[in-house]
Design a protein around this ligand. Sequence first.
Ligand code: TYM
Length: 371
Amino acid sequence: MSGRVDYDRLIRDFGTEPITGSLERKLESILGDKAYLVRRRILFSHRDLNLVLDDYEKGKGFFLYTGRGPSGPMHIGHIIQFYLTKWLQDKFNVNVYIQITDDEKFLEEKRKLSYSDSQRWAKDNILEIAAVGFDPDKTFILQDTEFIGHSYPLILEIARRVNYSTAKAVFGFSGETNIGFSFYPAIQILPSLLEKKRCLIPSAIDQDPYWRIQRDIAEPLGYQKAAALHSKFIPALTGLDDKMSSSKPETTINLNDDEKTIKNKIYRHAFSGGRSSIDEHRKLGGNPDVDVPFQWLYMFFEPDDKKIEEIRSEYRAGRLLTGALKDLLVAKVTGFLAEHRRRREKAEATVHLFKKDGSLAKEVWKHDFTK
Ligand code: TYM
């Protein structure tokens, strides 16, 4: 999924629900100072979020599940999903399962990752995720190549219920697709069945096809249909028609970019809705709708509604120049990443808790999947 995305169309095509009315108000009050994500429709669609919140209110509880395919350094768009999941964990005090799909990324031939590359990136990405600050006793990071042997009986139960033509229709497999991918959906579905409670999955909407399959097979297996909370894609730095990709460094900010690189990428590569000369900009004004620095501020980095609207109108009026708008984004991104990196330095010591020794990790490793 790439480029300019028609989100209303995705809701129709995927058969998901927009976040509106009383559900919108409920989610806003849950997210508190992060409610701008709802007001601005960054969190724009869901499946069964209302049922998740009902379960919570009735004391039945729920759990969260999200993940990362470790194909290289993580970028801003990826890590935002984890911060969102952490805010939800803080709010509800629920378990979080984080799947690291080193198998999936190894199988994607276009990436040309050796097995040891996939392991190296898994380790790196797990550190980034540990830096987010999840509760180590309520969070389990499962790295597929380490974990799926243990849970294989349940993966087999899933795999037996998904036929090839369904998977082919959902994922567009062709004769050239390697056979690893025919089985992989069973593995990405697994964490949604790690508890009998309802599972809520925050992610961008690209991962939704897995949940469509999950929702057909979960109940017959004695589990609940997965619920989802979909966010929009943070657009590529180079323009709304491009796709953000860690392997195209100019399209995004990676978490391992230093301050100089961040500045260079934003000043040189960020697509501007400004005019070609300062005079013209002052006379005619800029266009925030296509301006990526504005969009990044709007989607994540400027939570204050008054400030963002002021930036929008000053830019449109031509009083705020492109360079000054980029300065605002540089300050926000470097601040955010400096803090993230400080936490990453301390995160190494917590990784064993997320993977093996924290309360939730221990419980899952002890669980007998043959029953
Ligand atoms: P991956 O590694 O491609 O993406 C990790 C998470 O980042 C989201 N995402 C974005 N969010 C905002 N703006 C963007 N530009 C952007 N690009 C990607 C993705 O939707 C995802 O939430 N197969 C998965 C790994 C996985 C997973 C999961 C993800 C396994 N189980 C459960 C989410 C939920 C993958 O390769 O994600």
